[in-house]
Design a protein around this ligand. Structure first.
Ligand code: NAD
Length: 297
């Protein structure tokens, strides 16, 4: 473990949460010439980060000390809030915290308000594209920030993908949750549709191929089926419980706003049942195998 790192030019970035997404994202920053100090409670994650050229810290406070930017890539809003409160005293004045986790938009707004009083800017910048695009540095990054803050964080975010400003703080997290509610529901209906096709005698690979030049296509049929479901690897790297968390964030936001959630509620109920039936930590693409087993029961 080391003390505060010094910038080689671009500035010092603290990266907290070196998991399936955080580790490859922090690698992209290192490759782009940023000095990155990282923290994750997992020894394996810290070791992999060090092997990639990063500087591991002993705790979140140690990571943020002297950093110009603090990136968070954590499971949820509660953990984001815990980490921020642990590291708060070590945050340098004028620092920008970028929450790239898929967090709750209203909690994000609240946290941004309380940090602002201490001279700390919070920007939300959740991502879409999964582990493959995190490795390639081609994530879609949905940013919630003022136009000025967006301009300031763009050079950093561009090392990990394509940043797009969704609106003011919280807007990125809202866009991300809505995206995942839609994505999960596409995947579920694809699984049910393909299962019906199989029962009829259609070849699933051929059916997906036909759908991919027809109007039923989606990210699920174009990417998830060919890469993870048809080969039966079920290894996208995105856990089912994290996806379910995002669906619930979007539905709860819609309820708060008084917009319809009938399909969202039905989709969430099925995903929640799958989460209960499947082992903890199951990949979200396992929903397709689960639907097959349900049909067979
Ligand atoms: P992950 O579980 O692989 O990684 C999360 C990391 O956070 C773990 O390494 C864990 O040790 C670390 N962590 C937990 N508590 C911590 C704490 N208190 N301090 C520091 N580190 C802590 O999850 P992931 O798949 O990398 O997802 C991270 C975020 O990105 C989630 O919000 C998820 O919804 C979102 N996301 C994931 C994907 C994907 O394909 N995996 C895609 C888009 C968005």
């Amino acid at each position: 473990m080391t003390g505060p790192a010094h910038s080689s030019g671009n500035g010092v970035v603290a990266f907290i949460g070196l998991g399936r997404m955080g580790l490859p994202m922090s690698r992209c920053l290192l490759e782009a010439g940023w000095t990155v100090v990282g923290f994750d409670p997992s020894d394996t994650a810290r070791q992999a980060f060090q092997d990639a050229g990063g500087t591991p810290a002993a705790d979140a406070g140690g990571a943020v000390e002297g950093a110009d930017y603090v990136i968070l890539m954590l499971p949820n809003s509660r953990i984001v809030e815990t980490v921020i409160s642990e590291a708060r005293d070590a945050l340098k004045e004028g620092v920008t915290v970028i929450d790239m986790s898929s967090s709750e938009p209203l909690s994000t707004r609240k946290l941004a308000g309380s940090l602002k009083e201490e001279g700390v800017t919070l920007v939300d910048a959740p991502v879409s594209g999964g582990v493959i695009r995190a490795v390639n540095g081609t994530l879609t990054i949905m940013v919630g920030a003022s136009a000025e803050d967006f301009d300031r964080v763009q050079p950093l975010l561009k090392a990990m993908g394509k940043p797009r400003r969704a609106g003011d703080v919280g807007a990125g997290h809202a866009a991300k949750a809505i995206n995942n509610l839609m994505s999960a529901t596409h995947l579920l209906i694809s699984a049910e549709g393909v299962e019906a096709g199989k029962r009829f005698g259609l070849d699933p690979a051929l059916l997906i191929d036909i759908i991919n030049t027809s109007t039923g296509r989606s990210g699920s049929t174009e990417t998830k089926y060919p890469k993870f479901i048809l080969p039966e690897s079920y290894d996208s790297g995105f856990a089912l419980d994290l996806l379910l968390k995002d669906m619930r964030i979007a539905a709860s936001l819609a309820k708060d706003l008084g917009t319809p959630t009938s399909l969202a509620d039905a989709s969430i109920a099925v995903w929640a049942q799958a989460a209960q039936d499947l082992p903890a930590g199951a990949d979200h693409t396992e929903i397709a195998r689960w639907v097959t087993h349900k049909v067979a029961e």
